[in-house]
Write a protein that binds this ligand. Sequence first.
Ligand SMILES: O=C(O)[C@H](O)COP(=O)(O)O
Ligand SMILES: [Mn+2]
Ligand SMILES: [Mn+2]
Length: 559
Amino acid sequence: MGSSEISWKLADHPKLPKGKTVAVVVLDGWGEASPDQYNCIHVAQTPTMDSLKQGALERWRLVKAHGKAVGLPTDDDMGNSEVGHNALGAGRIYAQGAQLVDLALASGKIYEGEGFKYIKECFDHGTLHLIGLLSDGGVHSRLDQLQLLLKGASENGAKRICVHILTDGRDVLDGSSVGFVETLEKDLLKLREKGVDAKIASGGGRMYVTMDRYENDWSVVKRGWDAQVLGEAPHKFQSAVEAVKKLREEPKANDQYLPPFVIVDESGKAVGPIVDGDAVVTLNFRADRMVMLAKALEYEDFDKFDRVRFPKIRYAGMLQYDGELKLPSHYLVSPPEIERTSGEYLVHNGIRTFACSETVKFGHVTFFWNGNRSGYFDPSMEEYVEIPSDSGITFNVKPKMKALEIAEKARDAILSRKFDQVRVNLPNGDMVGHTGDIEATIVACKAADNAVKIILDAIEQVGGIYVVTADHGNAEDMVKRNKSGQPLLDKKGDIQILTSHTLQPVPIAIGGPGLAPGVRFRNDVPDGGLANVAATVMNLHGFEAPSDYKPTLIEVVDN
Ligand SMILES: O=C(O)[C@H](O)COP(=O)(O)O
Ligand SMILES: [Mn+2]
Ligand SMILES: [Mn+2]
């Protein structure tokens, strides 16, 4: 349906008034879990969030934020920012990249699509390079998908394949990189036995090499470029297993931040730089941390760093990462087509919108919230503010991040009365939780709680309404546990730190002086998830949600 044919007019809510300022606060990585010393949200002083939970029982509840509730393949898949914010903003559940790639690989349709046909042209004379995150985290990529793609590409004519790996340790346990590389090496050996020249050509830790996002730090992408394209890196090894094991021996080394390395032959020459005539596939299905590399691989005009050499290649993304920019122009699987998001509806219905976060999460409350769409729906109605994040540090060093600045921007936007919706993402619980540093994550949670207070105080002043929720869990559980919930120990007897997200539900609280007295959470949506939030927010702005949206979480009872 073309945008002009859509009827954007929302029906008036029969009971709820218009004209209230609504603050929508997303605490990134803030789930609900049983209280113990590894639950940083529990350990931290979080008086604001505690008061929301204890204050009004009918205005606080939990919602699902993982698995099928957010369009992931199974309920064993933890939530993440992309699918969480997509669901929050779109009000419906879409099959997400992970699942779409699974289906395309299982049916073999991936090999019949335009993207694969495009890269296949290079198979006779060139090398197929696969660049991406090597783990089974399922947030940005999955090892089993890479395995299927390797097999399928070779069966479809690829004779030389180079894999450029990015080690994880963020969506999976730190240290798991070694096992993933060993598994991949076994697969590559099998391919070599079948006559395909398949090998690992370079690598590095995802947070230090390649996978920056929202243009926070181009030097990360440059490090990857130098290794993957130019075949240059400070560390050279003849085997990737050896590389990862050796580089992990450094005292503070971890999978997320391994330095870049290239694999070399006996003469010290890089085995797989990317050259003219080659094909490249970036195998991550998730967009945010691939867009920057996609620009470097695709744009003729590019000034973010000196590429030294810009090889003439055929490049395809696993998915198209940015539908507005049409980037990359070739891709193996079509991304979910998320349309008619709540943000777009609300702007069409006169809701002036303000959105803010710091760089590392800015695209979450804008691009992901708006169904993977960048830019404004109507610049005269919207203002999006990005506060520059610190770059070049791990956030346990500065766990308060820019929470205060985000809250102050939101406060000013609320008090200005120029906006009907003021939406923020507070990154602390998530970004610091990913470092695995428990002390710092406690500080982070306190900082996020304090930011919520500033926003709620502003809402109090203007007689507005607040909705406080989260996109998935992280800081509420910092250890890997056995089935009965006990922390697991590693070989040395230390607890196994969980740097990843969790499967936990997240809280949602509503309130504020502008909330009509009879509003409460319904008890007939027990399975409610993040996708039910959009209709809820539309109601709080005085509108009914479109009929195909997931049902609202609230009802209005006559007092
Ligand atoms: O990209 C990341 O930082 C992690 O893989 C997932 O975190 P996010 O989904 O909260 O961004
Ligand atoms: Mn998140
Ligand atoms: Mn995260």
